[in-house]
Design a binder for this molecule. Structure first.
Ligand code: F6P
Length: 550
């Protein structure tokens, strides 16, 4: 049996988290200590708490000390990881075992960032990478003549990763090329983008793993029509449309002559490292893209080789299980204190919720516990003036993940200090809170003189003891961004593996697609008042369809 086969069969026999002794022990621990842990007391008791929970990984550090756990919790969670054979399952993933068993596929995004000669499929991976980067450099060399605007048309994993990374790496981008991302089938997306562009200076990248996705195909066809209408007859369309896909034939049928391929073992939401990263490569250049890959690879090595105790993706994944299944926290807020990371929460929503939003285990048995939390957020400080009220005083406890970046790439040092002070102040406020007694001693400038002071103090108090993690990056660069994204990818694997689910399929998106295909012709029928338009529909859908198509 091959290495991949061996590790794959080892992981198939691994117990699900709730069938382990550690799970029962964690329940006991939660009842006895975990649920009543008070962060303020924990810090007062243990002067070493910060140092104990301060972890280093490639390109970043993590402060895990403001979380609802202690050394004993960590020990029980590590027992859980070992009982669930997490290391064997990680090795199976990295060796290319078919861990996406419902689609019979390996999951090898890590191979896309392995240095030449290392990792599975190295020859194929590096051949496409070299070709794709050479093309990106060619486009960059033609900045201004003919290209001024690059439009990526794709959705989900063919949009969110590149859009997030290009936004994050804006200071590294070619100044003569503007990047645009069109994803929504809503025609407002494409028309708003094209309104300001000229066909002669636009390069479209049609990005779709399958090259069948409704939204992408509709936008690609509309873009092609816009190009043809705006150019003289006989203009060379092939210089303005390139494809990125595993379905080379469909791209050729569309009329695209330049196509960069990838493979079925690259999941859509894990694909920014493949040719799907072309818009990133055009924006930041070949060297920048290689640095992004190198940062991710460094995190892969950390994940593969670091003992579980000091392995950051493992620790974050364990904490996710602890919060979801023992504390019952059903969402996590991500607050990057860097404007460049404004698309990170949207990217993480697909990464985490499409991966781990499952309710059956590998055998298809219904799970008796919760899986993916809702992941959401906005960059700081914007979020502070929107939903942080709920984080501080709402009835639900939401663990928050702050991302702080030490060195900005702008010259406004004073503003950067304000940004960082805000970031630390929020995690501090969540933890410390404020008692009604403390609030009663203050005089709030906008408080009504009519209201009783004790009552007002209750409005102005904070429960505190609200958990957070702070990730700290030195600077936001291609390399550190690569490491950050890989950290999240592996963390999602860890919680998914313990939950015993397939993190790499996404059957949950299929039903809506099928029903949409069934409803679409009904709109045309309803517009012609054809009697069959509403036949067999529930009355709500029928009523809405009738109203919308009248
Ligand atoms: O939403 C489902 C999904 O299949 C995602 O997993 C994927 O990233 C997206 O659609 C786009 O798919 P494609 O790249 O094939 O167009």
């Amino acid at each position: 049996m091959s290495m991949a086969g061996l590790v794959s069969s080892a992981s198939a026999s691994a117990p699900r988290c709730d069938h382990t002794q550690a799970w029962a022990a964690l329940h006991g621990h939660h009842q006895a200590h975990g649920r009543s842990l008070d962060l303020r007391e924990a810090f007062a008791r243990d002067p070493q708490r910060f140092a104990r929970f301060w972890l280093q990984a490639p390109e970043l550090h993590a402060d895990l000390s403001k979380n609802h756990w202690d050394v004993a919790t960590q020990r029980f969670l590590l027992d859980l990881a070992r009982e669930c054979q997490l290391e064997a399952r990680r090795d199976a993933l990295l060796a290319g075992a078919p861990v996406n068993h419902t689609e019979g596929r390996a999951v090898l995004h890590t191979a896309l960032r392995a240095p030449r000669g290392l990792g599975p499929f190295s020859a194929e991976v590096h051949a496409v990478l070299d070709e794709m980067l050479a093309f990106a450099e060619k486009v960059r060399a033609q900045a201004g003549q003919p290209y001024t605007d690059i439009v990526n048309i794709g959705i989900g994993g063919s949009d969110l990763g590149p859009a997030m990374a290009v936004t994050a790496l804006e200071p590294f981008a070619h100044p003569g090329l503007r990047s645009h991302f069109v994803s929504n089938v809503d025609g407002h997306d494409l028309t708003a983008t094209l309104r300001h562009l000229k066909p002669s200076s636009t390069l479209f990248i049609i990005a779709s793993k399958t090259f069948t996705t409704q939204e992408t195909m509709a936008n690609a066809m509309a873009a092609r029509a816009w190009f043809d209408a705006g150019m003289p007859a006989g203009a060379d369309r092939s210089r303005h449309f390139v494809g990125v896909t595993t379905n080379l034939k469909a791209a050729a049928d569309f009329g695209i002559l330049t196509t960069f391929g990838f493979w079925d073992w690259v999941g859509g939401r894990y694909s920014l490292w493949s040719a799907i990263g072309l818009p990133i490569a055009v924006a930041i250049g070949a060297e920048g893209f290689r640095a992004l890959l190198a940062g991710a690879h460094a995190m892969d090595q950390h994940f593969a080789q670091t003992p579980l105790e000091a392995n950051l993706p493992v620790q974050l994944g364990l904490l996710d299980v602890w919060y979801r299944n023992f504390h019952g926290y059903s969402s996590r807020s991500v607050a990057p204190y860097h404007q460049g990371l404004k698309r990170l929460p949207a990217y993480l929503q697909q990464l985490e919720m499409e991966s781990n939003g499952k309710s059956v285990d590998l055998q298809g048995e219904a799970l008796p516990f919760g899986t993916s939390p809702v992941v959401w957020g906005e960059p700081g400080t914007n979020g502070q003036h929107a939903y942080f009220q709920m984080l501080h005083q709402g009835t639900d406890v939401v663990p928050v993940e702050f991302i702080a970046v030490k060195r900005p790439l702008h010259g406004l040092a004073d503003q950067h200090q304000k940004l960082l002070a805000n970031c630390l102040a929020q995690s501090q406020a969540l933890m410390l809170g404020k008692t009604a007694e403390q609030a009663a001693g203050e005089h709030a400038p906008t408080a009504s003189p009519q209201i009783d002071r004790a009552q007002l103090a209750r409005h102005r108090s904070f429960p505190g003891n609200r958990p957070s993690t702070t990730l700290v990056m030195e600077a936001l660069t291609p390399r550190s961004l690569g490491a950050l994204i890989a950290l999240y990818e592996h963390r999602v694997f860890v919680s998914g593996a313990l939950w015993g689910i397939n993190s790499y399929d996404q059957w949950g998106v299929e039903l809506g697609k099928a029903l949409c295909a069934e409803l679409l012709p009904r709109f045309a029928m309803a517009a012609q008042q054809s009697p069959g338009a509403l036949e067999g529909l529930d009355t709500s859908t029928a009523g809405l369809l009738q109203h919308l198509s009248a």
